[in-house]
Design a protein around this ligand. Structure first.
Ligand code: CP
Ligand code: NVA
Length: 308
């Protein structure tokens, strides 16, 4: 029984296995076949924050795989009616896996320790591993390979930045991050990243132009994440020079793609011109959430599951 709490839970080889299952299932889906690899399997979905992509793509993925998903609304009282241990131990008798989006990363870690089924992180304040697998799969579709490919991230040193840095490091990519002073990935994050992937090629800068130079992909995320709404006005000032606009994108190679995990705040971290422009891949990137999560679910729960 395996979990996916951060990308530290999977090796490079396992990510490649997930991508290979994804590629197969996506090709079959596009040819009109939905291969039922998980008949009778049940996925529970628990969300402490709003979601369009994560919730719907997991539900659709599970349906296509012949399994079922249960969206657990506030009625189940997650974190309110009983202890996390009682909740997790009971729920994991009914379902094969739980996708959980929690305000605090530690809640997902503790749930994974307390349950007997797989736990998948659907976003926390620290990590968004399913998103990053879809992002890197999207770049792999575009470039054919990821090794040595540079991804530039312009913006907040947040859950996305941390997860992208780890994912790029694991897959032999170069990751450059440009953040304003005070919003960088922390020293503790950098230490953790170098422990996870000592050979990672990570570039930390405050200069967006330096980050995007030679990049095959330019990525950004909102300046104020879910839960940081009260800081939004201050952050808009502090990030004003970190917008991905046509001028910045022009400093990347002409074939560079633009990525965003969405939802976007148009006019803040990205202009309409860029997100709707010819280099933007945000729509197929979001579509790949479903395809890659089929790969994750089949890898975690299917017949080829590593029994570790
Ligand atoms: N990118 C992402 O996780 O989107 P949702 O918040 O809509 O799930
Ligand atoms: N950093 C954003 C990502 C949303 C997918 C947030 O946590 O709100």
């Amino acid at each position: 029984m395996r979990n996916l709490i951060t990308l530290a839970d999977v090796t490079r080889r396992e990510i490649e296995q997930i991508f290979s299952i994804t590629e197969d299932l996506k090709a079959k889906y596009e040819a009109g076949t939905r291969e039922p690899l998980l008949p009778g399997r049940v996925l529970a979905l628990l969300f402490e924050k709003p979601s369009l992509r994560t919730r719907v793509s997991f539900e659709a993925a599970m349906t296509h795989l012949g399994g079922n998903s249960l969206f657990l609304s506030d009625d189940v009282g997650f974190g309110k009616r009983e202890s996390l241990g009682d909740f997790g131990r009971v729920l994991s008798q009914y379902v094969d896996a739980i996708v959980v989006r929690a305000k605090q990363h530690e809640v997902v870690q503790r749930l994974a320790e307390l349950t007997s089924c797989s736990v998948i992180n659907g976003l926390t304040d620290r990590a968004h591993p399913c998103q990053v697998l879809a992002d890197l799969y999207t770049m792999r579709e575009i470039h054919g390979t990821l090794s040595g490919v540079k991804l530039a991230y312009v913006g907040d040193g947040n859950n996305m930045a941390r997860s992208l840095a780890l994912g790029c490091g694991k897959l032999g990519m170069v990751f450059a991050i440009a953040s304003p002073a005070g919003y960088e990935l922390s020293e503790a994050d950098r230490e953790w990243l170098s422990q996870q992937v000592p050979e990672a090629q990570l570039i930390f800068t405050q200069d967006p132009a330096e980050a995007v130079e030679g990049a095959a992909g330019v990525y950004t995320d909102v300046w104020a994440s879910m839960g940081q709404e009260a800081q939004r006005a201050q952050r808009c000032q502090d990030f004003a020079n970190y917008q991905v606009n046509a001028e910045l994108l022009a400093q990347a190679p002409g074939e560079a793609c633009f990525l965003h995990c969405l939802p976007a705040r148009r006019g803040e971290e990205v202009t309409d011109e860029v997100i709707d422009g010819p280099q933007s891949v945000v729509v197929p990137q979001a579509g790949n959430r479903m395809h890659v999560q089929k790969g994750i679910l089949a890898w975690l729960l299917g017949p080829q599951t590593n029994p570790e």
